[in-house]
Design a binder for this molecule. Sequence first.
Ligand SMILES: *Cc1c(COP(=O)(O)O)cnc(C)c1O
Length: 523
Amino acid sequence: MSTINQSGWKPEMGSAGETGPATYTGNKALMLEEALIFEIGTTGTTGVDLADAPKVTPRLGNLARHRDIGLPGLSEPETVRHYTRLSRQNYAIDLGFFPLGSCTMKHNPRLNEKVARMEGFADVHPLQHVETVQGALAVINELAVWLIKLTGMHGVAMTPKAGAHGELCGILAIKAALEARGDPRSVILVPESAHGTNPATAAFAGYAVENIPATSEGRVDLAALKARLGPDVAGVMITNPNTCGLFERDMKAISDAVHAAGGYVYCDGANFNAIVGRVRPGDLGIDAMHINLHKTFSTPHGGGGPGSGPVVLSEALSPYGPIPFTECHADGHYTLVEEETANERHPHSFGRMTAFHGQMGMFTRALSYIMSHGADGLRQVAEDAVLNANYILRSLEDVLDAPFAHSGPCMHEALFSDNGLAEGFSTLDIAKGLIDEGYHPMTVYFPLVVHGAMLTEPTETESKATLDQFIGAMRSVVQRAKAGDPMLKSAPHHAPRRRLDETQAARKPVLVWREPEQAVAAG
Ligand SMILES: *Cc1c(COP(=O)(O)O)cnc(C)c1O
């Protein structure tokens, strides 16, 4: 290993010539270099002083670890600086435009945060007596009523903690309904453009997954779907609007056909942002649909969570939904339907998705978002999101292949392919070029039905000026990819790190920097 100074700088880190002379530290004014903690920490340094643990005989015997784990340590201020420096190299929705398709990365209004931090909401505990949490239950119930109204459905399960968790909830309700009528079935049909969570959910719930092909328009092939329906098909999972950014116009016909064959219809509602206030899934014959509060209803979803994925249910499936849930009585008083009460009040429930009542902080945020927009405001959200996506689609289709541009207006996201780039150039080069331009790349290589897919979702919260700048950057990067600019092939040049070997990083992650210096015999 080469020499490392205190801040972890190595001579090869400097990038002389690109943005000015190399600096001694590797820092460029406020662009601070930071090495890995494995490179700057030592096993001898620690931020805390703890007395040595008393020696004990491990009860695990030979299974107990007999040597140091060799984790590098830093002092307290070094630790704070290390993570603060790393955090400044992150991209965030509060820093810039986030065109990730299928994710609905919209602005998180500060009002939501203010409301979620009110003591009565922030400090509530799931084990408090029900009489002391009437306000929290009112929030859950009020949000539930909005979700039912917006979707035109019969009931809603509030507890699932993300979209994928909601899918599992919906599929378990379908399974319970089929079993209750003595007709367990074995197959779930999923279109080829489906999000990976759909087939994963169906498989996790014990179903065999079969693909339904798409038409050349990018929509579900209704004839192929009808041909496959039969007594073994438990249901279908259809994303609407779908992951090609298109509205499934045949949704009602699909639902009718599935119902006629005795199955149920699950709708992946992650893209509800495009149709909220305009289309009610209940009118399309859907039996269960999850809603990602962290997408459509603006609760934050950076850094892996927390998400929240309530599932709206049809009248046919509602009896099978999970407990616990809140009940509002005529006098405005709330109670909870839990195991003890479920037997008489909700005897067909498939059980429980979570220990408690779901993501309270997300409920508060989503409800403040919904109430501050009102019904008309939510409708405008959908209209503006769709307008923005079509603006991007039509502003780029002359330079970038848009395989479904002929299928009519897109919904909330615009889909492009890598068709027409110079020999040897791909979607990955465009994504890396966008990093140099200061953008988080769009979703790449998904959906799989399009070669080198670039799925771009602007959301309604971006201004025309922001979209114009992004479109300009895209046109520039695409033109470089078409001209075969070798500098693009090695982008990013201005990011804290150059192009990484992503396969190597995923397949052979280096999680330990070195062997522990000495083995410590235990016991
Ligand atoms: C985001 C998304 C999901 C999964 O939702 P999570 O909250 O990430 O679990 C499922 N389907 C589609 C189409 C999505 O965009």
